[in-house]
Design a protein around this ligand. Structure first.
Ligand SMILES: Nc1ncnc2c1ncn2[C@@H]1O[C@H](COP(=O)(O)OP(=O)(O)O)[C@@H](O)[C@H]1O
Ligand SMILES: [Mg+2]
Ligand SMILES: [Zn+2]
Length: 338
């Protein structure tokens, strides 16, 4: 199954790439019809390219080098003449180039790093998405830093209610800063992971989604899962994964994705195997310098009561604790609708 998915994505990439090339050819064709002078430029370029190819095969020695260099200069000149032609007619200079979705791999799914082929992050993300069938990823269109709205957060502090001198507005703006910083430093070993604590409806999942959206657009891989589903999946992979490749793939991704988001920790039913697994995830990812976001409705003492000391010490030592507070935005939204 894992292999089938793999091949299916490779096939998709091939189609995407061919489509981008065909589209660019179509744009060239249209341009030829419209502007005879473009046709001349293009023909010149093609002729020189053919000559260059010939020179590569036939000549040798110093002579060859001179010829090649001359041709290369000429080709560069022609290319910039075409670019100039496009720009003066109101088109972008890249108008004729194939428009690949991913600029890192030109939709090949493969990137060269230090001369070694590596799966491009866009490819890995596709794998993650397909193997997990993540419905949550769909929410990223609605919940991101562009749709982030501070109108739901009061600017009046209420120490008695929230236990802070800050207003909910000040607080969320501060957390937003921490979150953006986190996105910018996702690979930095000094950057801590995030623990989002707060009552329901205070914006934890929204913030996680906004971070996911930003991090994905930077080209990293993200896996979002609620704690109950994640923990069940872990155990399932553990028990049956030796035999089934798909499950093994899933299991590995939990440790390998650049950002893992565990939402609603504390809502899963607990048993000792899950403790071990949770510790394993948190600890292994710390060692690999892979960032994690954990959100929970529990307060720290409740967390400490539910999870063992090893989990707690990892969280407290290596996570920035962001306390969300304010009115339940879900309720607020409902009231505003009425
Ligand atoms: N910063 C924000 N801007 C706009 N809407 C928000 C923001 N934060 C939360 N919401 C909305 O408020 C509701 C509850 O937020 P959510 O993140 O699900 O809370 P939590 O995960 O803490 O229970 C959701 O409908 C969400 O879209
Ligand atoms: Mg939530
Ligand atoms: Zn790519």
């Amino acid at each position: 199954m894992y292999q089938t998915v793999f091949r299916q994505i490779q096939r998709e990439y091939e189609i995407k790439r061919n489509k981008a090339i065909e589209d660019s050819e179509k744009r060239k064709k249209d341009l030829r019809m419209l502007y005879p002078e473009y046709t001349v430029l293009e023909e010149n370029l093609n002729n020189f390219a053919i000559e260059q190819a010939k020179a590569l095969i036939t000549k040798g020695g110093i002579d060859k080098q001179v010829v090649e260099e001359n041709l290369e200069t000429k080709i560069k000149e022609l290319n910039s003449a075409i670019e100039k032609f496009l720009v003066t007619r109101g088109m972008s200079k890249d108008y004729l180039k194939p428009r690949y979705e991913c600029r890192k791999c030109n939709d090949t799914g493969v990137m060269q790093i230090d001369g070694i082929d590596k799966k491009c992050s866009c490819f890995v993300q596709k794998l993650v998405n397909i193997t997990y069938k993540q419905s949550n990823m769909l929410k990223l269109k609605e919940e991101n830093f562009n749709t982030f709205d501070t109108c739901f957060f009061s600017n009046v502090p209420n120490k008695e209610k929230y236990g802070s001198d800050k207003s909910p507005l000040e607080n969320i703006e501060n957390i937003k800063k921490i979150a953006i910083d986190f996105c910018n430093n996702i690979e930095n070993p000094n950057q801590k992971s995030l623990l989002l604590i707060g009552n329901t409806g205070t914006g934890k999942t929204f913030m996680s989604n906004a971070i996911a959206d930003r991090v994905i657009s930077k080209g990293y891989t993200v896996l979002y899962q609620t704690a109950p589903v994640l923990m069940d999946m872990m155990l399932d992979s553990k028990i049956r994964g030796n035999k089934e490749e798909e499950l093994r793939g899933k299991y590995e991704q939990i440790f390998d994705v650049d950002l893992l988001i565990i939402d609603d920790l504390g809502t899963e039913t607990l048993n000792s195997m899950k403790f071990t697994e949770l510790f394993n995830i948190i600890n292994t990812r710390l060692l690999k310098n892979k960032k994690t976001i954990i959100s929970t409705n529990l307060v720290l003492p409740e967390l400490a009561e539910q999870y063992d000391a090893r989990v707690m010490s990892r969280l407290i030592g290596n996570y920035i604790i962001c306390k969300f507070f304010g009115e339940d935005i879900r309720l607020k939204k409902k009231m505003m609708e009425k």
